[in-house]
Design a protein around this ligand. Structure first.
Ligand SMILES: NC(=O)c1ccc[n+]([C@@H]2O[C@H](COP(=O)([O-])OP(=O)(O)OC[C@H]3O[C@@H](n4cnc5c(N)ncnc54)[C@H](OP(=O)(O)O)[C@@H]3O)[C@@H](O)[C@H]2O)c1
Length: 275
């Protein structure tokens, strides 16, 4: 039995849909069963991350779990650790976890540090694992454009090998159903790494209106976002996602999507053409 968390979300629903299409029995572990997708061969169980007793019940009989990282909160690592402890106590034999490329304790992108600590905790339990280190979702790139047609951020002329959620989902579905991926860590990236200026040019061509990139300094980036009313840790996450592009940490292009799925990952041009 495969369990899938986050099945009410963008990535989890895609993974669950692919598993259902392949006829794989699964249990969708969601916070709100009323919003779970209705899929052939899928049971639904209710549990929230950090809810030890609820997770023990919801995961009873699950062998392999697709564990999606939680929506960002101030102390996401503690939430993940408590969740992983419950997952292991429930008898899950392998965790497939959505991590982030270049996850490290000192990663430039502050949210990527959470992923490194989460990976370390999974390793420390001795459970089998597969880590899918996703780059930034390609789906986000068009949303970086402000209403005035400008992408603003401290990305310098750094490159990002952004990957489509559809490709991550296809890779995850393969990895979940094949035990030979135990112990593996895969960087999931698009087919190439582009600068935000190049992204702006691609969007200009696709949309038929001028889109441009205006690099900010780190100070400008923090100042321009300080009136959004978001907590400091969240603003740091937003700003450092661009800084991570500038650092080169998001530029590595990996063959893993093609190797795992048998098809090339979507490029930004292909993604926007499908929008
Ligand atoms: N690589 C990237 O660029 C990138 C970007 C953004 C996020 N991410 C990470 O990737 C994850 C999946 O992305 P997505 O696009 O599918 O996000 P999404 O559409 O927001 O879906 C997140 C899913 O996780 C569930 N979830 C979140 N916190 C939870 C908690 N505390 N307990 C139980 N379930 C929880 C949500 O449940 P509800 O429907 O009940 O809220 C939802 O089903 C995100 O949660 C985030 O950690 C990666």
């Amino acid at each position: 039995m495969i369990g899938v968390t986050g099945a009410t979300g963008q990535l989890g629903s895609r993974i669950a849909g692919l598993l259902a299409k392949s006829g794989v029995p699964q249990r969708l572990v969601v916070r709100d069963p009323g919003r779970a997708p209705s899929l052939p061969g899928a049971e639904v169980a209710q549990a929230e991350y950090g809810d030890h007793a609820g997770l023990l019940t919801a995961l009873d009989g699950v062998d392999v779990l697709m564990l999606l990282s939680a929506t960002e909160v101030a102390d996401r690592v503690t939430l993940h650790q408590a969740t992983i402890d419950a997952v292991v106590a429930a008898g899950v034999r392998r965790i497939v976890y959505t991590s982030f490329v270049a996850a490290a304790p000192d990663a430039t992108f502050t949210f990527a540090r959470d992923h490194w600590h989460t990976e370390q905790h999974i390793r420390s339990t001795g459970v089998d694992f597969t880590f899918l280190r996703d780059n930034i979702y390609l789906d986000f790139i068009p949303t970086l454009v402000a209403s005035d047609g400008v992408i603003r951020g401290p990305a310098g002329d750094g490159r990002v090998a952004a990957v489509a959620r559809d490709d991550v989902a296809a890779a995850a579905a393969r990895v979940l159903t094949d035990p030979s991926h135990a112990g593996a860590t895969y960087d999931l990236t698009g087919p190439s790494a582009f600068t935000l200026a190049e992204a702006a040019a691609i969007l200009t061509d696709a949309w038929g209106r001028k889109i441009r990139y205006e690099p900010e300094t780190l100070d400008e980036a923090y100042r321009s976002r300080e009136n959004y009313g978001a907590p400091a840790w969240e603003v740091a996450g937003w700003v450092t996602s661009y800084a991570a592009m500038a650092s080169g940490e998001l530029s590595h292009v990996s063959p893993a999507i093609a190797t795992l799925t048998g098809h090339a990952p979507l490029s930004l041009e292909q993604y926007v053409a499908r929008m």
